[in-house]
Write a protein that binds this ligand. Structure first.
Ligand SMILES: [Zn+2]
Ligand SMILES: [Zn+2]
Length: 353
């Protein structure tokens, strides 16, 4: 068996529910035949990281190193790994394992994020019981199938947000076959939304950005939006009625706002939830029979979609707007994300040797 370079991995872990993390180290699981060890250069901060360590999605397994927008270099690989070499620049997203077998009902349909054996990048356990630890650290060991080469056209520091936020917005756009002639709305212009504008626009759609921050208008237009609706302005919201074929909800809008969103849809339109809003939704059936609007959710994308996301972003020059923080300022970065002040994604950087 191949030994990795790291017998101990140092990172920043949450020890109690909240947004504070502290230095901590753990002994990585043995480097399996199909595993790679990655020395991390950049790690994006995703909203899911905060939901997890705050305990908003249930009690996390502690200590927990979160972070699932990982970019770094391969420094070791198992004997069975083909197609990746030491020194390759690679990314890891929200998932680090699925069986990917033809006999698997979900994997065979390209739905590997729903594989019964799937392992999330953190706050989850491998089949051997070992806890998966994420990217706010110096290194990580993951399955080679979930290690993606970063195309040369993408600046490495711009790659982390594509690994989760990017694929999360692009996957349902592919599923809904977004194309020229579609009238796409994006609500919530943050980490997900500012990428969603770029992907939808590159697919040829007419894109309307919805935000309660009118000062984001110019930036949205520069990213490719064709129209902007200030949701704090009733008149503008009224003007958006029945204007959309698709609406991607990237904000943590309270569940009751969905009753308003339905009114923005053309007959037969589709609303897709990308974020996980707190609270329960309540609708009357007639809102759907009357509008023929459909409502669906989307998790992250699988192996194939992640590859497509990276290639499409490289081809169309899609890149996140980021704020950079040295890894040892992770607590400052988390506080800034938590307060909603980040424009639009935080990326942590490890020191170079
Ligand atoms: Zn994420
Ligand atoms: Zn499977």
């Amino acid at each position: 068996m191949v030994e990795g370079k790291f017998s101990e991995i140092r990172g920043w872990a949450a020890f109690e529910p909240g947004i504070k993390v502290k230095p901590w180290s753990y002994r990585p699981r043995p480097l399996g035949d199909n595993d790679v060890e990655i020395k991390i250069e950049y790690s994006g901060i995703c909203g899911s990281d905060l939901h997890t360590i705050k305990g908003e999605w249930g009690p996390p397994q502690l200590p927990a190193i979160v972070g699932h927008e990982i970019v770094g270099r391969v420094v070791a690989k198992g004997d069975g790994v083909a197609g990746l070499a030491e020194g390759d620049l690679v990314g890891v997203g929200a998932q680090v394992y699925a069986c990917l077998k033809d006999s698997c009902e979900t994997c065979s349909r390209g739905l590997d994020p729903h594989c019964p054996d799937m392992v999330f990048t953190y706050n989850d356990n491998y089949a051997d019981g070992k806890q998966a630890q994420g990217g706010y650290s110096e290194a990580v060991r993951v399955d080679a199938n979930y290690t993606f080469k970063i195309p040369a056209a993408i600046d490495p520091v711009h790659a982390p947000p594509l690994m989760c936020a990017g694929v999360t917005v692009f996957c349902p756009m592919l599923k809904h076959d977004i194309k020229q002639g579609d009238r796409v709305g994006i609500v919530g212009i943050g980490g997900l939304g500012h990428l969603a504008i770029q992907f939808a626009s590159a697919l040829g759609a007419h894109v309307t950005a919805f935000s309660h921050s009118p000062n984001k208008r110019e930036e949205c237009m520069a990213l490719g939006a064709t129209a902007f609706v200030d949701t704090s302005d009733e008149k503008q919201v009224e003007g958006a009625r029945q204007s959309l074929t698709h609406l991607f909800v990237a904000s943590n809008a309270p569940a009751n706002q969905y009753n308003e969103f339905i009114k923005w849809m053309k007959i037969g339109g589709a609303i897709v939830m990308l974020a996980v809003p707190p609270g329960k939704m309540s609708f009357s059936a007639s809102e759907f029979t009357g509008s023929e609007v459909s409502l669906s959710g989307s998790l992250v994308g699988g192996v194939k979609t992640l590859r497509k996301t990276l290639d499409f972003a490289a081809e169309h020059g899609i890149k996140p707007i980021i704020e950079r923080f040295p890894m040892d300022q992770v607590n400052e970065a988390l506080a800034r994300v938590d307060s909603g002040r980040i424009r639009y994604r935080a990326v942590l950087e490890n020191p170079r040797d």
